[in-house]
Write a protein that binds this ligand. Structure first.
Ligand code: GCU
Length: 415
């Protein structure tokens, strides 16, 4: 029983390092007053630099999308790491007792040949599939979506304190499996540690040996590297007959919500994108400077973004993009942005406005967005191809959020 509870809370483990959001929220240096949000003008996702307006989905795909993607690469997240040749997988299967017979677990190691000719581990992830599925199933994939409980992955990692509110008696992972989805959880610990001193120690050292320090101008930061890792997990899923790799949703909370949005932008094989409380550098508009700012995130987490992003510290108006255009890079795939009302640090309103301002791109495809231009009441999910809710409570990925995501995925991935 304890194990089951641990697993369930583990599934909500998404924030081990998010220390002190409330403390940050109390800090007078940051703005939490809507009346003090500066005036700003968002870049128009449909305006090309040469003055032309994007008028069709074809023009979006052929011209505007690649241009925006490149701006986010060069100015925010860094260039995509290359994919090494000769990747192989090593898979270990088990049936964890914690899952009450409902799930099959695979521990997948992604290996690439090193200079010495030996295969080295690039990354590893856990895949849990519903045991009695009749055919290939859709999946949710994310960074640390499951606490690597699942003991042997990472013994002794402490549980975070914001594992979230749980509906009484609910066993989340079992619910997800019962509803016919698999779960993929990428462990960043050795692959690209979330640490400014050590983020290069895994795959970045393998790909760019000998480099040191913070990411250079256009070098991938940790977010781009984690996103790249999710694509490598998706490569594997394409080879696994238990999974329908055309129906994989990428999802994440907070820093991993930023990662989910970027993974979806870089890799259009992800069929659906979900960002939970992703905040600054995720769904929140940078120009609002509400809660966490570009300068703050770049100072405290210099390893997350590329070097160029730092030139926008206290200089948001000169950004050639804003985060609504990141949300728009999901189009025409369904995208869901979610906020929590007591999570001012992540700027719930800025997250909503990014979703809203992504809509013109969905319209090009004839797809409906949020269906409202006002932030909806608490705990109500709105939207068709662009989904949104703002939940009561704090910064966390809760069971409650998951139930909305399952419904959204049912609507889009099971039709
Ligand atoms: C910090 C950081 C946020 C981030 C969060 C998390 O609070 O400032 O940008 O989203 O950690 O990942 O939980």
């Amino acid at each position: 029983m304890t194990q089951v509870l641990w697993l369930v809370s583990g599934l909500l483990f998404c924030c081990a390092l998010a220390i002190g959001t409330d403390a940050e929220a109390a800090d007078g240096e940051f703005n939490y007053d809507e009346s003090k949000v500066p005036e700003y003008k968002l870049p128009d996702p449909l305006k090309m630099p040469d003055g032309r307006t994007v008028t069709s989905s074809d023009m979006w795909k052929a011209e505007r999308r690649p241009e925006l993607l490149e701006l986010f690469r060069s100015q925010v997240y860094g260039q995509r790491p290359r994919k090494p040749e000769g990747i192989r997988y090593e898979v270990r299967e088990s049936t964890p007792a914690e899952l009450n017979g409902k799930g099959l677990r695979k521990d997948v190691r992604v290996l690439a040949p090193s200079k010495s000719g030996r295969r080295m581990e690039l990354l590893k992830f856990v895949l849990i599939t519903p045991k009695d599925a009749k055919g290939p199933v859709p999946a949710f994939a994310g960074v640390l979506l499951i606490e690597p409980t699942l003991k042997d992955l990472n013994p002794g990692r402490p549980l975070p304190d914001d594992v979230g509110v749980k509906l009484p008696g609910m066993k989340l992972l079992e619910t997800i499996l019962d509803r016919g989805y698999a779960v993929v959880s990428l462990d960043p610990a050795n692959f690209c540690p979330d640490d400014k001193e050590k983020h290069r120690d895994g795959v970045l050292e393998f790909l760019y040996p000998g480099r040191k320090g913070d990411p250079a101008a256009e070098e991938p930061g940790a977010i781009a590297t984690w996103a790249w890792g999710l694509s490598r997990a998706l490569d594997y899923l394409e080879t696994d007959p238990a999974i329908d790799a055309r129906r994989v949703a990428v999802i994440g909370h907070s820093r991993r919500g930023k990662t989910a949005l970027w993974a979806g932008a870089e890799d259009e094989r992800f069929a659906l994108v979900i960002s939970n409380d992703s905040g600054c550098g995720g769904a929140a508009l940078s120009r609002r400077k509400f809660g966490e700012t570009v300068a703050r995130i770049n100072t405290v987490f210099p390893h997350w973004f590329c070097g160029n992003f730092k030139s926008y510290n206290n200089n948001e108006d000169s950004l050639p993009i804003d985060q609504h255009e990141l949300v728009a890079l999901s189009a025409p795939r369904p995208v869901y942005v979610a906020s929590a009302v007591d999570d001012g640090w992540a700027d719930p309103k800025g997250e909503f406005l990014a979703a809203l301002n992504a809509e013109p791109v969905y319209k090009l495809f004839g797809l409906a967005g949020l269906g409202t231009s006002e932030q909806p009441p608490l705990n109500k999910s709105v939207g068709d191809y662009v989904g949104y809710h703002i939940r009561t409570g704090k910064h966390a990925l809760t069971d409650y959020d998951w139930l909305f995501y399952l419904d959204f995925a049912d609507k889009h991935l099971k039709r």
